[in-house]
Design a binder for this molecule. Structure first.
Ligand code: MG
Length: 270
């Protein structure tokens, strides 16, 4: 199952995504997940199957973030080399922080560099989409039962404010600091390792495999849900590999992984 969320003729829709002749296409409409209350208000039901939909190239669709999370929980320092490149110790348990839903940015949306910061970094990451309400998850249980699928995210970070503030709320929480998409897929094989790459202006800057996670998916879920309930549609960013670096106005930043497409965003001064 792969799906995206998009605007078409002024309305929000969900679409089934598939590969045709090597290109990504929205091949049909899909049912909205239960957490998208705005969609249900707009359409009065879980589907928008009231019109005939012609397949649409994902590259030409007016994509939205594929998720409408109640919260975005992030793991810091989940790859050894990234912890070390910022001069940090390898953590003994997952380090958690939030990004607000107001930081969400659609694929091809513009990351705005805030005037309050002099250093804004990219952090390409794999993100999991929660599939049902979960509390006190046991790390020995099968995490597939509570994870709907995966997507790509960019944990944009104002590095100077992150160092200056005791809390990371400001550094991680600016509007446009959480690009997500373009699609959600449940067809990844995490056990085989998923390679996440980040490019800036076409140049490869980050390349990491989920096989190098310090804390794997089940452990991350156990730690988060020992503290808080995860709701259907919530987003969990799993940490970034080494190679983070600053963005400047005019840059194009792309996060990609096989089976998840490319999350591309441009960068402009605010
Ligand atoms: Mg991060």
């Amino acid at each position: 199952m792969r799906y995206c969320r998009f605007l078409f003729e002024g309305s929000t829709h969900y679409g089934k995504v598939d590969v045709r002749a090597g290109e990504w296409w929205i091949v049909d409409l899909a049912e909205a997940p239960e957490e998208d209350l705005a969609f249900r208000l707009q359409h009065g039901r879980a589907t928008s199957w009231s019109f005939d939909f012609e397949p649409l190239s994902l590259a030409e669709a007016d994509l939205l973030p594929p998720v409408t999370p109640s919260k975005i929980v992030c793991v810091g320092r989940n790859y050894r080399e990234h912890a070390q490149e910022l001069g940090n110790e390898i953590p003994k348990e997952p380090l958690l922080f939030f990004k607000p839903p107001s930081s969400l940015l659609k694929p091809r949306g513009v990351v705005r560099l805030p005037g309050l910061s002099e250093r804004v970094d990219f952090e390409g990451e794999l993100a999991m989409v929660i599939g049902k309400r979960v509390r006190n998850f046991d790390a020995t249980a099968d995490w597939h039962t509570v994870v709907r699928g995966f997507t790509l995210a960019n944990d944009i970070s104002a590095r100077d404010l992150q160092k200056k503030d005791a809390q990371w709320t400001r550094a991680k929480g600016f509007d446009t600091f959480c690009p997500v998409g373009p699609l959600v897929s449940d067809e990844l094989n995490l056990d085989a390792g998923v390679t996440i790459e980040t490019r800036v202006n076409g140049e490869l800057r980050q390349r990491g495999t989920t096989k190098d996670f310090i804390f794997p998916i089940a452990g991350v879920l156990e730690t988060i849900t020992a503290a808080m309930t995860l709701e259907s549609g919530d987003l969990v960013l799993t940490g970034t590999p080494s190679g983070v670096g600053p963005l400047k106005a005019g840059d194009v930043v792309e996060v990609s992984a096989a089976g998840l497409g490319v999350l591309a965003n441009t960068v402009e001064a605010d």
